[in-house]
Design a protein around this ligand. Structure first.
Ligand code: ADP
Ligand code: MG
Length: 717
């Protein structure tokens, strides 16, 4: 008897040798194999005739082999094959494919998939380079072994929509192999599969049962459309996607409820605290800042620990909000930790904290990884004794086992760069209340995605820029206009402004290339184009002290032009800098460009962003540059970025602790995500007339046993 947890080696046709190959794909159980879904489907029910093909499209063709042979060109052997009949023929070409000689024979029926193009020498004829192929029927072999089994497979591989699997085991486990194995396995699985989604939810969502869902996800019903399958909106795929997202949302909701039930610090807000907060404000907060602060304050007063995400585009003024929260905590007699992703940023926060909080007279310390051991030792002692009230640092704060005396609030800047949510606990003493946590991010995250990735956090959005900002003028120029650009920079500096010039990571030599570009250009600009100006250099390989010194010089205006790699990307705040020149802008991602541009437009002066391109610009890069010129809206830019890079890249899968989905795709399935979230909440509101205690317990048990680890929700339960 096969059940979901049976090891695949016991599935008919697999055995230990193939099981070892499957392991490469992370497949160990029957369930894993069921989730090994086709990456596409091929319509072999209505295959198109060769006469219907058009150059430029992806197509699958079923046809009969006419001739084939190996040709030696000067560069490499080419295998050429012609399929079809009469005037309707199609040429297929494979490079370096001597091994195909023995595969194909005239008269075989083959399925081919690939991009159709016009033959360069005979433009009226079509060809496919390197098509994927499958031999569907071979008259010679058929003569030899015309058994039942053989015929049965034939009907699975033609005359229907056929699942195409990624091959495994260095090509030995072919799509065809997976078809047979999975089909056979499904046939041998008896009875229904256990389903932990409560019946009421199944009913409301119109879900089909799990077993049918797997059957039809692998073997679509005759009559289903390829378009529906591609969009993953057949009943089968919908059911599997919903299931996955439902348990994710259930987990997040449970985590959130559990957090709520924990004891945190309940901060008091009295007149004295209010006065202290007022005193530090260097300007009138925007309406958005006021609203967000109120949301934070409401959380801080509650006895349950705050878990709040503060989203705000670059320059929206998150820092001051964070400092206000810090004042509340410190005035209540607690310590505050502020963590930044880089030393530059930590240092900058430290400097601005000292300035802004000066009147309050707090003891503020800085702790970063590159400090001398004795100094760190000293700082740690102050933290442990409670005499340091605001502790600013990098993740050294977590890594170097810093223990606080009375930690009340943790502020994390740009959290998505290092997933540390789970480890805040390490910083507080056992038995003490959970500190409040405020996470700040400048990556505008489309709402539904924010709900999922940070579904256990409450969200605040700073959706308004401080007043007095003039929109940044963004221009794109080719690097043949460089002379004009430098002239412009000189003019701006003469008018009292400062400028950044940024160089990208260069693909070939990774870090080395990047450094060389910045270092070389720094040298050149200093001697030639910008010789009359004070030009500084900043890059990742400099020591922390050198970086600090350079940043400080730029900040106080002792440097006019800062030549840099992307180390200045996040958070750096020099309001007088109003020009950003990005060279090779085509090599930067959208989020990066947006972050870079966010370094300017921070003061009252008109700011300019110049995106220089050199060499070939891909269509995607064109799209990015167009978007940058068109808009400054972080959410709009984030949407396009997400589409271009996909969710994994967008969030930096590993750091963010992105759930490792089996079927769902956050970009494609945002609508399902929203439904799943509603249903998860509905279930946890129960029990009620529709859902019993038992059903809820079942769902939670299933979540723990099957999904928790995959989602990284280790704390649930
Ligand atoms: P970010 O959200 O990118 O961290 P910052 O907190 O660095 O933005 O703020 C950007 C700039 O705007 C800073 O120079 C800050 O002093 C200024 N600023 C923030 N809030 C206001 C405000 N309400 N009025 C005027 N200037 C503000
Ligand atoms: Mg900031």
């Amino acid at each position: 008897m096969l059940d979901l947890s049976t090891n695949v080696q016991y599935v008919k046709g697999i055995g230990p040798r193939y099981a070892a190959m499957l392991l490469e794909k992370g497949i160990t159980t029957v369930e894993d194999l069921l989730y090994y879904l086709p990456f596409r489907y091929e319509d072999r029910l209505n295959p198109r005739g060769i006469s219907e093909l058009r150059a430029g499209e992806m197509a699958s063709v079923i046809a009969t082999v006419r001739t084939s042979g190996l040709f030696r060109t000067r560069r490499m052997p080419l295998f050429e094959m012609t399929v079809g009949e009469g005037r309707n023929t199609l040429k297929c070409i494979w490079f370096n494919a001597a091994y195909l000689q023995d595969k194909f024979r005239a008269g075989q029926l083959v399925a081919l998939y690939g991009k159709v193009e016009a033959d360069s020498r005979h433009p009226d004829r079509l060809q496919i380079m390197q098509p994927q192929f499958e031999i569907l029927d071979d008259p010679i072999e058929r003569g030899a072994q015309a058994d039942e089994e053989q015929r049965k497979w034939q009907t699975l591989e033609t005359g229907r929509i056929v699942p195409i699997y990624e091959s495994a085991g260095k090509g030995r486990l072919t799509a065809r192999w997976f078809r047979r194995i999975i089909h056979g396995m499904l046939e041998r699985m008896e009875g229904e599969l256990p389903d932990a989604i409560p019946p009421a939810v199944r009913g409301q969502m119109g879900l089909i049962d799990r077993k049918s869902a797997f059957w039809q996800a692998h073997w679509p019903e005759v009559g289903e459309s390829l378009a529906q399958l591609q969009a993953a909106r057949t009943p089968a795929l919908f059911r599997l996607i919903f299931e996955e997202l439902f348990f994710l949302e259930l987990g997040l909701e449970l985590k959130r409820r559990k957090m709520r039930a924990q004891t945190g610090v309940s901060f008091a807000i009295n007149d004295q605290v209010r006065a202290a907060v007022k005193r530090i404000l260097p300007f009138h907060p925007t309406a958005a800042q006021k609203r967000v602060l109120k949301e934070i304050v409401d959380d801080m007063r509650e006895p349950s620990p705050m878990r709040r995400l503060l989203q705000g585009d670059v320059g929206s003024g998150k820092t001051i909000v964070a400092f206000e929260a810090a004042v509340i905590a410190i005035e209540n007699g607690y310590q505050v930790a502020l963590m930044a992703p880089t030393e530059i940023l930590a240092t900058q926060h430290y400097l601005s904290a000292r300035k802004i909080l000066e009147k309050a007279g707090y003891r503020i310390v800085l702790l970063t990884g590159s400090q001398e051991a004795s100094r760190k030792q000293h700082t740690r002692r102050h933290i442990a004794q409670g005499s340091a009230q605001l502790v600013i640092g990098t993740h050294a704060l977590i890594q170097e086992s810093v223990e606080f005396d009375r930690l009340g609030l943790v502020i994390v800047d740009e959290q998505h760069r290092f997933g540390v949510m789970q480890r805040f606990r390490l910083m507080k003493k056992p038995g003490e209340a959970d500190p409040d946590v405020l996470v700040m991010t400048a990556t505008p995250i489309p709402r539904t995605l924010a709900l999922t990735l940070y579904g256990d956090l409450d969200t605040s959005v700073l959706d308004e820029l401080p007043p007095g900002r003039t929109p940044i003028k963004t221009k794109r120029v080719g690097d043949d206009a460089a002379e004009k650009v430098w002239e412009f920079v000189r003019k701006q500096v003469k008018a009292g402004r400062q400028a950044y010039v940024v160089y990208p990571v260069i693909d070939d030599g990774a870090m080395e290339g990047e450094l060389k570009a910045a270092i070389k250009m720094h040298d050149q600009l200093r001697k030639r184009e910008l010789a009359v100006l004070r030009v500084g250099l900043l890059h990742g390989r400099m020591s922390a002290d050198e970086k600090d010194a350079t940043m400080a010089a730029f900040q106080r205006g002792a440097i006019d032009v800062l030549v840099s790699t992307t180390v200045i990307e996040v958070g750096v705040d020099v309001p007088n800098a109003s020009v950003m020149v990005v060279e090779h802008a085509e090599r930067f991602g959208l989020a990066q460009l947006h972050q870079l541009r966010g370094r300017i437009g921070r003061g009252a002066a008109q700011s300019y962003c110049v995106l220089m391109t050199g060499g070939r610009v891909s269509p995607e890069a064109e799209e990015r540059l167009d978007a940058m010129v068109r808009t400054q809206d972080g959410f709009e830019i984030a949407e396009l970025d997400l589409q271009q890079r996909g969710p994994g890249e967008f969030f930096g899968t590993k750091q963010a602790g992105m759930p490792n989905f089996r079927v769902a795709n956050l970009l494609r399935d945002r609508d399902v995500l929203e439904l799943a979230r509603k249903q998860a909440r509905f279930v946890l509101e129960g029990p009620n007339a529709q859902i019993t205690q038992q059903e809820i317990a079942n769902a939670v048990m299933h979540l723990r046993a099957h999904w928790n680890r995959r989602y990284g929700l280790v704390e649930v339960g």
